[in-house]
Design a protein around this ligand. Structure first.
Ligand SMILES: *Cc1c(COP(=O)(O)O)cnc(C)c1O
Length: 415
C-alpha cells in the first residue's frame, strides 16, 4: 500500500494540489469532507476562482463590440481562451471551437444545426446502450420529428460496447454515430477510434460526447478524426455555464445557425440577414464572458499538472478503490470493463443506493446515488440505481479507506 502510494504520486504532489481547492478543507457532519462525486461535477481550484474574481474586479467589459480599451482587452482575453481550448484538444483551428453552455447544449446544437438539415425520413442515427440522457434524448426527438430511426449499440455484462454488433448496425442509411468516450455511470472507456474509423469507411460523421474524457485524459480530436466533440467546463474544474463544441470546419460551414440574434450576423436588413462565419455564426448574444475566462484558467491548471500524470494517478486510485471495494461483502461493482476511467458504480442486494448515499453523507462522504442520467444503463443491468464513487486527482488513498470504512458502517446499520 505504501509502495503503491509512492509509485502513483510520481508527477503529482497531491497534498499541494489539495491546498489549491479550498472547498475540500471543511468538515461535513463532523467529519473531514471526502468528495467523491467528481463525475457529476468537479471542485474549483484557487487559480480558477481568482481569475474570475480578478476579471470581474478589474477587467470586465463586453466582448466584440466596444471600441474602448477595456472591451478590446476583454475581447483579447476571451479570444485567447478559444485558442487555448483548440490547443487543449488539438483542433486544427480556434474557429472550430464553439462556446456553449455545456455538453448538453453542444449536443443539442448538433442535433438542431446538423441534424435538422441533413437527417430525414428513413435515415438512421446510431448511439450506444451506455449513453447519458444528453446523448439520447436530442437524437430520439430528432428521429421522431423527422421519421428517422434510432439504433443502439448493445453492451455486454461488463459494460463494454459490442463492436461486432455495431458493425451490423452501420448501413447506407446511417447518417450519424454519436457515442460517449467514457461512460459517466460505468466508467467504461469506449474504443472511439475504432468506432470512428468504421463509420468513416462509409463516410458517416461521428460525434463524441467527451464530458467524461476531457477531465481524465489527453484528447487529440485530429488524431481521433471525430467530426464533433463536446465537453463541459464544470467537469474539468472550470465554471458552470460554459462548455465546448468542437466541429470540423466543413460541417460548421454547412450547418444552420442554432440561435439567431446579435453577434452571429454579418449584416441585417428587414428583408435579409447574412450570417457571420464560424464560430460566431453559432454564438448568438452576449457570451458567458467570465465563464470563458474561468475555463481558460481551468485548462491552464490541468495542463500544468499534465493530463498524462492525472490519468496515471487516477488509474491508481481506480485500481486501489476497485480492489478495496471488492472485499466488501455483498458489494457488486456495476461496470467492470477492461478499460475504465476512475468511476466505480456499485450496488448491494439488500440496501438501496439512496440509503447508502445518505449514511455515507452522515460520515462526510459525498457520493452520487441514482441513475446518473443513464436510465437505459440501469435497465440494461436490471437495477433501479447505483451508488457511484468517482475519483479526481485531488482524492487520496486515505479517502478510499474512509469510503470503505463508511460502507462497513452502512452494512452494520442495515444488517
Ligand atoms: C455530465 C455529462 C453530460 C452532460 O453534461 P452537462 O454539463 O450537464 O451539459 C453528458 N454526457 C456525459 C457522459 C456526462 O457525464
Amino acid at each position: 500500500m505504501v509502495q503503491l502510494m509512492e509509485k502513483c504520486t510520481i508527477g503529482l504532489d497531491v497534498a499541494k494540489i489539495r491546498a489549491d481547492f479550498p472547498v475540500l478543507d471543511q468538515r461535513i457532519n463532523g467529519y473531514p469532507l471526502v468528495y467523491l462525486d467528481n463525475a457529476a461535477t468537479t471542485q474549483k481550484p484557487w487559480p480558477v476562482i481568482d481569475r474570475i474574481r480578478d476579471f470581474y474586479a478589474h477587467e470586465y467589459a463586453t466582448v466584440r463590440r466596444g471600441v474602448y480599451s477595456m472591451s478590446a482587452r476583454a475581447t483579447m482575453a476571451y479570444d485567447q481562451v478559444r485558442e487555448q481550448v483548440a490547443g487543449f484538444i488539438h483542433a486544427a483551428s480556434p474557429h472550430e471551437i464553439i462556446f456553449t453552455k455545456g455538453t448538453t447544449e453542444a449536443i443539442n446544437l448538433v442535433a438542431y444545426s446538423y441534424g435538422r438539415p441533413f437527417i430525414g425520413a428513413g435515415d438512421e442515427i446510431i448511439i450506444s446502450a451506455i449513453e447519458h440522457h444528453a446523448n439520447i434524448v436530442p437524437w430520439q426527438q430528432l428521429c421522431q420529428e423527422k421519421g428517422a430511426v434510432l439504433k443502439v449499440i448493445p453492451a455486454n455484462e461488463a459494460g463494454e460496447l459490442l463492436i461486432d454488433e455495431y458493425a451490423k448496425l452501420l448501413t447506407d442509411n446511417t447518417k450519424l454515430v454519436a457515442v460517449n468516450y467514457v461512460s459517466n455511470s460505468l466508467g467504461t472507456i469506449n474504443p472511439v477510434k475504432t468506432i470512428i474509423d468504421m463509420a468513416h469507411e462509409r463516410g458517416i460523421p461521428v460525434l463524441i460526447d467527451g464530458a467524461q474524457s476531457a477531465p481524465h485524459m489527453a484528447v487529440d480530436v485530429q488524431a481521433l478524426d471525430c467530426d464533433f466533440y463536446a465537453f463541459s467546463g464544470h467537469k474539468i474544474y472550470g465554471p458552470t455555464g460554459i462548455g465546448v463544441l468542437y466541429a470540423k470546419m466543413k460541417h460548421l460551414e454547412a450547418m444552420v445557425p442554432y440561435q439567431c440574434g446579435g453577434d452571429m450576423i454579418e449584416s441585417v436588413t428587414f428583408e435579409h440577414t447574412t450570417f457571420a462565419k464560424p464560430p460566431h455564426k453559432f454564438e448568438a448574444g452576449t457570451p458567458p464572458i467570465a465563464e470563458v475566462i474561468g475555463l481558460g484558467a481551468a485548462i491552464d491548471y490541468l495542463e500544468k499538472l499534465g493530463l498524462n500524470n492525472i490519468q496515471a494517478y487516477e488509474n491508481d486510485l481506480l485500481a486501489y478503490g476497485t480492489e478495496q471495494l471488492q472485499q466488501i461483502e455483498g458489494l457488486q461493482i456495476i461496470g467492470t470493463a477492461k478499460h475504465k476511467a476512475s468511476v466505480i458504480s456499485f450496488v448491494f442486494p439488500d440496501i438501496h443506493p439512496h440509503d447508502v448515499g445518505t449514511i455515507l453523507d452522515q460520515q462526510g462522504i459525498a457520493v452520487r446515488a441514482g441513475h446518473h442520467c443513464t436510465q437505459p444503463v440501469m435497465e440494461r443491468f436490471h437495477i433501479p440505481a447505483t451508488t457511484r464513487a468517482s475519483f479526481s486527482f485531488y482524492n487520496t488513498h486515505d479517502e478510499i479507506d474512509r469510503l470503505v470504512e463508511g460502507l462497513r458502517h452502512v452494512i452494520a446499520v442495515f444488517r
